[in-house]
Design a protein around this ligand. Structure first.
Ligand SMILES: Nc1ncnc2c1ncn2[C@@H]1O[C@H](COP(=O)(O)OP(=O)(O)OP(=O)(O)O)[C@@H](O)[C@H]1O
Length: 261
C-alpha cells in the first residue's frame, strides 16, 4: 500500500513562532482523515505542507513517498486536489462556473488541444453534475452563494482526478441546510472506494461525514491524538484539544460536543 503522507518530526517556524512542533503523522492510501483543532492550532499549515506548497523548517515530509526538498513538487501537484478559502481569492468573480472547474486541467494537460478540450469539458460537466451545480454552470462565480461556491471549489479540486484531496474547512460560512448538504455529499465521496485519499480540516465535530476513518487532533502545533476515529474520538482527547471540558455525543454516525457541566 502506498504511503500518501509521512510527516516525521516536523517543525515549522516563522520568526519566533513555532507553528508545528515535532509533528509526526502518517496517512495511507484510501484513508479518510479529519484534522481537528482550535483556531491557530496549525491545521492550515499542515495542509500547506501536504499540498507541497510549503517546506518544513526541520524534519521531513514525504508525499507519495517522495521527500519534499528532494523532488520536483510540480510533478506531485497534479496528484493533489486542494480546496481552501485562500485559493478562492484567486478565482475571478466574473469567471464562468464551468471555466472555474475546467481551468484546473490546464496545469495537467499543458497544451490546450481540442481532444483534451472535449475530454476535459466532459469531466467538468460530470463533476458539476455530481456536486449539484450543472444548472448553474453558465453563471459567474461571483453570483453564487457561499454553499454553491464551496461545491464548485471541490469540483475544481477533483478536476485533475487527484489521488489525494485536501479540504480546508469546506463547511465554513455555510448555513445549517448548506452544511448538511455538504456533509451528505462528502459522505458519498468518503464511502466510494474509487475516491482519492481524503483529508478534511474542520473545527466542528458536526462536519465530520460518516465514512471518515481516522482523526488527527492538534493543539498549539502538537499532536494530541491520531489514529482510527473509533479509538481517538473521545471526551478526553477532545477536551485536551480544545482546552475545554467537553461532553461528546454520537448519533447515526455523526458527532457533536457541548461543554460539560
Ligand atoms: N508566516 C507566519 N508568521 C508568523 N506566524 C504565523 C505565520 N503563519 C501562520 N502563523 C501563526 O501560526 C498559527 C497557526 O496558523 P494556522 O493558520 O496553520 O492555524 P489553523 O489551525 O489553520 O487556524 P484557524 O483554524 O484559525 O484557521 C497561528 O497562530 C498563526 O497566526
Amino acid at each position: 500500500m502506498v504511503q500518501v503522507l509521512e510527516f516525521a518530526d516536523v517543525d515549522v517556524v516563522r520568526g519566533r513562532k513555532e507553528i508545528l512542533k515535532s509533528l509526526s503523522w502518517d496517512v495511507a492510501e484510501g484513508e479518510r482523515w479529519v484534522v481537528l483543532g482550535p483556531n491557530g492550532a496549525g491545521k492550515t499549515t499542515l495542509l500547506q505542507l501536504a499540498a507541497t506548497r510549503m517546506h518544513p523548517t526541520r524534519g521531513t515530509v514525504s508525499v507519495f513517498e517522495e521527500q519534499l526538498g528532494k523532488v520536483d513538487v510540480f510533478e506531485l501537484r497534479p496528484l493533489i486536489g486542494l480546496s481552501s478559502a485562500a485559493l478562492t481569492t484567486h478565482i475571478r468573480e466574473d469567471e464562468r462556473v464551468l471555466n472555474v472547474v475546467l481551468t484546473a486541467a490546464y496545469g495537467m494537460t499543458g497544451r490546450w488541444r481540442e481532444e483534451y478540450e472535449k475530454l476535459d469539458e466532459r469531466r467538468a460537466f460530470r463533476l458539476l453534475h455530481e456536486w449539484g451545480m450543472s444548472t448553474m454552470m453558465n453563471r459567474t462565480f461571483g453570483s453564487l452563494s457561499e454553499g454553491e461556491r464551496k461545491r464548485v471549489q471541490i469540483a475544481r479540486a477533483l478536476m485533475t482526478d487527484p489521488e489525494l484531496l485536501l479540504l480546508d474547512e469546506p463547511g465554513a460560512g455555510l448555513d445549517l441546510a448548506g452544511r448538511e448538504d455538504l456533509v451528505k455529499r462528502l459522505t458519498q465521496l468518503a464511502k466510494d472506494p474509487a475516491s482519492p485519499t481524503l483529508v478534511l480540516v474542520t473545527h466542528h465535530l458536526e462536519e465530520i461525514p460518516p465514512g471518515f476513518t481516522h482523526a488527527l487532533m492538534i493543539r498549539e502545533g502538537e499532536v494530541v491524538a491520531a489514529g482510527p476515529l473509533g479509538e481517538v474520538m473521545n471526551e478526553e482527547n477532545l477536551s485536551k484539544t480544545f482546552d475545554t471540558k467537553l461532553r461528546l455525543m454520537q448519533t447515526e454516525g455523526r458527532f457533536m460536543a457541548v461543554a460539560a457541566e
